[in-house]
Design a protein around this ligand. Structure first.
Ligand SMILES: NC(=O)c1ccc[n+]([C@@H]2O[C@H](COP(=O)([O-])OP(=O)(O)OC[C@H]3O[C@@H](n4cnc5c(N)ncnc54)[C@H](O)[C@@H]3O)[C@@H](O)[C@H]2O)c1
Length: 443
């Protein structure tokens, strides 16, 4: 089948690569000429495990192409997938300008039946706007061409995106057309072979399903962070509490890890956008607002512990392990590390930072500055630092050489934003160890 994907970011590239891998002919369109140039030169602009190989083999097989030529993209695919960004506007609502620009482009160039499919995360009611925008563009040309609009929100996780796309838990399809749902079934059949995972519903419900999923996961995180802060006050250990409640199948173990708050390109903006959409329909989304408030507060917790320990931070050097918002990605959008770095700098502290893959992204965001040293290894980051702060739970940080660590640091102090180590063991090894929600030892 012929497929066109607008937007070659995390979602567009993974979708394009996986659909091509199933034997389809995919054209990826992006307005970022530099990105397309890199892709055509065989370079993958994002870090996503396994993606390079899938792109390479499908590009070489001629099934996956990259272009800035939107008209050629519209001409190519029966399926026109919109996977462009929906960043937060100033008021927190989702900025739809990129999505609607693609809809306009499709309407401006299409000459035969198309499925216009929104994969981007968009507020309820956006499909109507997409449909209207395509119709306007067609009317402006004075032509009548049939098309169906579909909401097909994406649920992949950065860091495990390929597996998520290839073996989805579910495929949500929102449409009012059986012709469209039949085509969508054909598109996703190769990925849902062992049982049907496609859930077809009306468009508005599909749009809301995506926000509901992210808001629920963000709620679990903020809930657990709130409990972690309470555990510190009560002298309880949140890790015991986590195991204690996770064993209840109604609660489960996933997404109940306390930490330094959620970041990334999705949860923060999606919770905000849903709360904003609620305001627009006159509803006060109390839980969503609280989830956001708790998260913003949690992003400050590690810094507060560091400041409390040292009193004055001016001139101190803090080693920071982990910069990406979670492991296995280089994505630093809304990453908790950024809040920590910026708070440390505001107090006149120096940072020696290390991340297995997000160093180029850190350099892109912060450039060269005297209070930031980007180090080549986790060990190098420790040299001469007054303390270590762990922000992202990369695998390689889970079992470090504690003797080497103690020898490199000026003082044996660790601020662990991910609860990677055992507080009792750390105390025995002579560390001042501050974790999240781990009882009186934290105080
Ligand atoms: N990143 C994720 O983990 C994830 C998961 C599920 C859903 N989503 C949603 O998917 C959407 C895309 O997210 P992303 O992380 O891939 O974004 P991204 O910022 O990585 O990529 C978006 C791409 O769209 C391109 N673009 C903008 N306007 C364009 C146009 N008119 N034509 C063609 N290309 C255009 C940009 O140049 C950019 O390369 C968002 O709505 C996001 O909320 C993201």
């Amino acid at each position: 089948m012929k497929i066109t994907i607008f937007g070659s970011g995390y979602v567009g590239l993974v979708t394009g690569a996986c659909l091509a891998d199933a034997g389809n002919h995919v054209v990826c369109v992006d307005i970022d000429a530099g990105k397309i140039e890199r892709l055509n030169a065989g370079e993958v602009p994002i870090h996503e495990p396994g993606l390079d190989a899938v792109i390479k083999r499908n590009a070489e097989a001629g099934r996956l192409r990259f272009t800035t030529d939107a008209a050629a993209g519209v001409a190519h695919g029966l399926f026109q997938l919109i996977a462009v960004g929906t960043p937060p506007d100033e008021d927190g609502s989702a900025d739809l300008r990129y999505v609607l620009a693609v809809a306009r482009t499709i309407g401006a160039h299409m000459s035969e039946y198309k499925l216009v499919i929104t994969k981007s995360t968009v507020p309820v009611g956006t499909a109507d706007k997409v449909r209207g925008t395509v119709a306007e563009a067609l009317a402006a040309r004075g032509v009548a061409v049939e098309y169906d609009t579909v909401s097909n929100p994406e649920f992949l996780k950065e860091g495990a995106a390929l597996a998520d796309f290839m073996k989805p838990d579910r495929v949500i399809v929102g449409t009012d057309s059986t012709r469209a749902s039949d085509w969508m079934r054909t598109l996703y059949d190769p990925f849902t072979r062992n049982r049907d995972r496609m859930i077809v519903m009306d468009i508005r419900s599909a749009e809301l399903t995506k926000y509901a999923a992210n808001a629920m996961l963000a709620t679990k995180i903020s809930f657990m962070n709130e409990l972690a802060n309470l555990a510190e006050e009560f002298g309880a250990d949140i890790e015991s509490v986590r195991v204690g409640i996770g064993s209840d199948p109604r609660i489960g173990y996933s997404f109940i890890y306390p930490g330094v708050g959620y970041g990334g390109s999705c949860f923060p903006k999606d919770v905000q956008a849903l709360a904003r959409s609620a305001t627009e329909v006159g509803y006060d989304a109390v839980i969503l607002k609280a989830v956001e408030t708790v998260n913003a507060r949690q992003k400050q917790v590690l810094f507060a512990k560091i400041q409390k320990h040292f009193g004055v931070l001016h001139g101190k050097t803090i080693a920071v392990w982990g910069l990406s918002f979670k492991p296995n990605t280089d994505d630093m959008r809304a990453a908790p590390s950024r809040v920590l770095l910026e708070a440390l700098w505001a107090e006149g502290a120096f940072v020696r930072a290390y991340d297995p893959v997000a160093m180029p992204e850190t350099r892109r965001i912060y450039g060269d500055r005297p209070d930031l040293t980007l180090c080549n290894s986790s060990a190098q980051a420790l040299t001469g630092a007054d303390a270590l702060a762990i922000v992202t739970e990369w695998q390689e940080f889970r079992s470090p050489d504690f003797d080497g660590l103690r020898a490199s640091l000026r003082q044996p102090v660790i601020f662990d934003g991910r609860n990677l180590y055992d507080p009792a063991q750390m105390a025995r090894a002579g560390f001042s160890y501050y974790a999240i929600g781990r009882g009186q030892r934290n105080k």
